[in-house]
Design a protein around this ligand. Structure first.
Ligand code: DGL
Length: 265
């Protein structure tokens, strides 16, 4: 039965696990298939056409594994490929976008910073997000090259992470922002460092929970939820070397028993 099928989730690498953990929290009964396109990570430095081609290749893989719904757990990929994916596939697809709307609702002084990849910040979708929900608030975008690679290497607690984040947060703090959006799914794994550097008067917001809630709504609407008493499993795949990716997935997913398989796509 289609409702027994898994939910497919993907990102350029391990960042989308920050979204998957929210999906798992809300949907313990679902089987989840995760694809880390680590051989092509980071996407944020690639032309949108290349990102779209990768998004199609990974989606084909997840659809072939019977995915009943796809979660594009990558802001960069959602910006570059969500519309194209929706026109190609006849199954529900949930994307992610930087949490500008909730940040605009949360700010007290009308100044917010958005950390994301260059592709995300340069895309029409981001501009339209700011136009639709900006509501007169000052929004300061900040591209953060290097952070994705750090998370991919399991280096969230390395001094390099703190140094890079200092560089990216300094201009935002100089603008006196009181709210910071983590607009890339890799960045929630750096949240403790961001919060420490930003100080306790600044709220840090990401979109993981909102995406998980949308997954619940869409599955419900299509009659695709598994029976709630079942216990869902996770399956992990990568386009790169499992020997390199698996330790990082284990660390970020918090389970030393995780197995990552290679899929040469
Ligand atoms: N984690 C992804 C995002 O949310 C992609 C980052 C990258 O590969 O550059 O944008």
């Amino acid at each position: 039965m289609p409702f027994e099928d898994p939910v497919g989730i993907f990102d350029s690498g391990v960042g989308g696990l920050s979204v998957m953990r929210e999906v798992r929290r809300l949907l313990p009964a679902e089987d989840l298939v995760y694809f880390a396109d680590s051989a092509h990570c980071p996407y944020g430095l690639k032309p949108p056409g290349v990102i779209r081609a990768r998004a199609f290749a990974v989606s084909e893989f997840l659809v072939a594994r019977g995915a009943k719904l796809l979660v594009i757990a990558s802001n960069t990929t959602s910006i570059a490929a969500l519309d194209a994916l929706r026109s190609r596939y006849d199954l529900p697809i949930v994307g992610i976008e930087p949490a500008v709307k909730p940040a605009v609702a949360a700010t007290r002084n009308g100044r917010i910073g958005v950390l994301a990849t260059g592709v995300t910040l340069a895309g029409d979708r981001f501009n339209s997000l700011v136009e639709r929900f900006g509501n007169g608030v000052e929004i300061y975008p900040q591209a953060c090259p290097g952070l994705v690679e750090l998370v991919e290497s399991g280096g969230c607690n390395k001094p390099e992470a703190e140094n890079l984040l200092k560089t990216y947060l300094t201009p935002l703090l100089a603008r006196d922002v009181d709210t910071i959006v983590l607009g890339c799914t890799h960045y929630p794994f750096l949240r403790p460092v961001v919060e420490r550097l930003a100080g306790k008067n600044i709220s840090v917001i990401d979109s993981g929970r909102a995406v998980a809630q949308q997954v619940v709504r869409v599955l419900k609407k299509h009659g695709l939820l598994r029976h709630p008493t079942l216990k869902g499993k996770e399956y992990f795949f990568t386009s790169s070397e499992p020997g390199v990716v698996e330790p990082v997935v284990r660390l970020l997913w918090g389970d030393p028993g995780v197995v990552v398989e290679r899929a040469a796509i």
